[in-house]
Design a protein around this ligand. Sequence first.
Ligand SMILES: Nc1nc2c(ncn2[C@@H]2O[C@H](COP(=O)(O)OP(=O)(O)OP(=O)(O)O)[C@@H](O)[C@H]2O)c(=O)[nH]1
Ligand SMILES: [Mg+2]
Length: 293
Amino acid sequence: MKIKEIFKTSLKQKINSVLSSKKDKEEILEELEEILILSDISMDLVQRILGSLRKRNKFSFDKEDFLTVLKEEIKNIFSTAGPGAVELPAGKNIIALVGINGSGKTTTVAKIGNYYRDRGKKVLLAAADTFRAAGSSQLALWGERLGLPVITGDRGADPGSVVYNSITSFKSKDYDLLVVDTAGRVQTKDNLMKELEKLAKVIKKAFPEREAEILLVVDATMGQNTLDQARRFKEFSGITGIVLAKIDGTAKGGTVVNIVAEMKIPVKFLGTGEKAKDLIEFSREEFVETLLA
Ligand SMILES: Nc1nc2c(ncn2[C@@H]2O[C@H](COP(=O)(O)OP(=O)(O)OP(=O)(O)O)[C@@H](O)[C@H]2O)c(=O)[nH]1
Ligand SMILES: [Mg+2]
């Protein structure tokens, strides 16, 4: 699946029809505001974008010119978030996935393991979700299906010790990549967020060689609520990137723009379905072109 096939509802058509109408500039801007908000872009961000459109299009209100400025604005937002490359540096790497309950973490761990294995990496998975009864067996099942080894822990075990054990195994054998699954947690529960903070510390201590990637898995169908999640997870675990799962369930691209604008953290992957291969690399160019094509 390509980004093009996901965001079928392009904004360009709607924007073009507004720009072709004989309305005056203020009316046009009002309608554009509505179009952008309906695509899930947050109010603040829409105001920012409109503000700079107003400034830059003082004298002319040419259609192409407008779209170019709008594209530039959105691309600028993405460029504040760093490169967001998915290629792993040479040597050993750890990726840990965090997020609220049911956002798609376990599935994404399997997808990411599969993705890098297909690119020649030797991958180990760790099931540090010891909270739910099915937490580790769900990942173990994925491991069996994909032929990837999984380190598990018993239910109720300290997730920190599962992570620690998996890192020991990861370091002592010739693995290239360790992908860690964690339990789902709501960002408003302080004790669970503290546990996450501890997990991040365990990783840092057991693997000081290189900073681990901490990826926040966000359910793309959740719209605006995702911003608060991103803020809190960043505070407690220092997330370095975002995976937007379930993008196949939403035709709106606004959530992506909001998170990147607010958090200045790159989106790395998009989850496009329930199967292991349903993962695509996020490309900001392609995304913006698609949204406004
Ligand atoms: N359509 C679609 N479904 C997905 C995607 N990713 C995950 N799912 C589904 O979402 C549900 C939850 O996925 P999990 O991977 O178990 O989510 P989780 O974050 O590990 O859940 P907890 O461990 O309970 O917090 C499952 O039914 C998955 O099949 C996706 O990209 N697209
Ligand atoms: Mg899970």
